[in-house]
Write a protein that binds this ligand. Structure first.
Ligand SMILES: C[S@@+](CC[C@H](N)C(=O)[O-])C[C@H]1O[C@@H](n2cnc3c(N)ncnc32)[C@H](O)[C@@H]1O
Length: 278
C-alpha cells in the first residue's frame, strides 16, 4: 500500500503533468504553490477544503473531463494590454498596411488572444485605416485555449484603468463608457468594432487549426514562452503554414530567439516575414 504522503505528492505531479499534456504549459514542481493558489477558487466553489482533497476528487475516475475547462481557465496566464509592445503596432500601421493592396481584405489572426485587447487594438487601427482608405476591408480572428477568457473577449468590457494606453481619440470613437454590476467604471468596445472581430476557443498545441490559410498577419505573442522547445518549434511551424508568402508573424519581444523556421526572415524586433512557401 502506498503511504498517504507519497500518494498526495504523486497526485500533485500527476496534476502538473496533466496540465502540460493538455495545454503545453510547462508546470515544474516549483510552480506548485502558484498552482494551489489559483486552484483555490475552484476547490472552494466545490466545498473542498484543500488542494489534496480536490486532487482526490479530480482523480476519482469520474470528474476529470468535467473539471478540465476550469483547470485550463485557472492555469493559463492571461496578462495582456491594449497596445502592448507598441512598436509592433507602429510596424503594422506604417510598414504592413500601406503595402497591402486596398482591393484585397486584410486577414489577421491573434493566436492566444487572451481577453481580446490585442485583437481590438488591431481592429481600431484597421478601422482608422479604413476611414482614410475607403474600400479597405479586414477580418480579425482571436483564439485562445481558455473558454472563459474567450467569453470575456467577446464581451469586450474592460475596467477604466485598462484603457489608459488607448489614445483619447480612439477611446472616444471605439468605446462606450458605463458602469458594471459592481458599480466600477468600465469601457465596452463599441458594437460595430466588436462585430469585426471573431473570437473562438482553440488549443495551439494540437495543430490542424480550423483557420484559413494565406493570412496576411499572425500575432503569436507571449504564449510560446510557456511551451517547451519542441512544442514551440511545432507551433511556429503550424502557424507559419497559415501565413501567406509575403505575410508576417509577430511574436512577443522575449520570444524572437525561438523562431527558427527557415521560411521566416526577421525584419524587425520580434517581427518575421514569410519569404517562401517551403
Ligand atoms: C500572456 S497571454 C498573451 C496575450 C496576448 N497575446 C499578449 O501578448 O498580450 C497568453 C495567452 O495564451 C493562452 N494559451 C496558453 N496556452 C495555450 C494553448 N495551448 N493554446 C492556445 N492558447 C494558449 C492563455 O490562455 C493566455 O490567454
Amino acid at each position: 500500500m502506498i503511504p498517504v504522503s507519497e500518494q498526495l505528492s504523486c497526485n500533485k505531479a500527476r496534476f502538473r503533468a496533466l496540465v502540460t499534456q493538455v495545454t503545453g504549459i510547462q508546470m515544474p514542481e516549483n510552480k506548485q504553490s502558484m498552482i494551489e493558489g489559483r486552484m483555490r477558487r475552484r476547490f472552494s466553489v466545490l466545498g473542498l477544503s484543500s488542494m489534496d482533497a480536490y486532487l482526490d476528487h479530480l482523480f476519482d475516475g469520474h470528474t476529470l473531463q468535467d473539471e478540465m475547462p476550469y483547470i485550463v481557465d485557472l492555469m493559463s496566464t492571461n496578462k495582456t494590454d491594449f497596445f502592448r509592445e507598441p512598436a509592433h503596432f507602429k510596424w503594422l500601421m506604417h510598414k504592413i498596411m500601406p503595402e497591402h493592396p486596398t482591393s484585397q481584405p486584410m486577414r489577421i489572426w491573434s493566436a492566444a488572444s487572451s481577453s481580446g485587447q490585442e485583437a481590438y487594438t488591431i481592429a481600431m487601427l484597421m478601422s482608422e485605416y479604413a476611414l482614410q482608405n475607403p474600400g479597405f476591408k479586414y477580418g480579425i480572428l482571436g483564439t485562445d485555449i481558455s473558454q472563459g477568457i474567450v467569453e470575456e473577449a467577446r464581451a469586450g468590457v474592460y475596467p477604466e484603468e485598462q484603457l489608459l494606453d488607448i489614445p483619447d481619440a480612439l477611446l472616444e470613437r471605439y468605446f462606450v463608457m458605463g458602469h458594471n454590476s459592481k458599480g466600477l467604471r468600465c469601457g465596452r468596445v463599441e458594437k460595430t468594432l466588436r462585430d469585426r472581430v471573431k473570437f473562438e476557443q482553440m488549443n495551439l498545441i494540437h495543430g490542424n487549426y480550423p483557420v484559413d490559410k494565406e493570412l496576411d498577419v499572425v500575432f503569436l505573442r507571449n504564449v510560446l514562452i510557456y511551451f517547451d522547445p519542441p512544442t514551440q518549434t511545432r507551433v511556429i511551424k503550424e502557424i507559419t503554414d497559415h501565413v501567406k508568402v509575403g505575410g508576417y508573424l509577430f511574436v512577443g519581444h522575449s520570444e524572437s530567439m525561438v523562431v527558427t523556421d527557415s521560411r521566416l526572415k526577421q525584419v524587425s524586433f520580434a517581427v518575421f516575414k514569410k519569404e517562401r512557401a517551403t
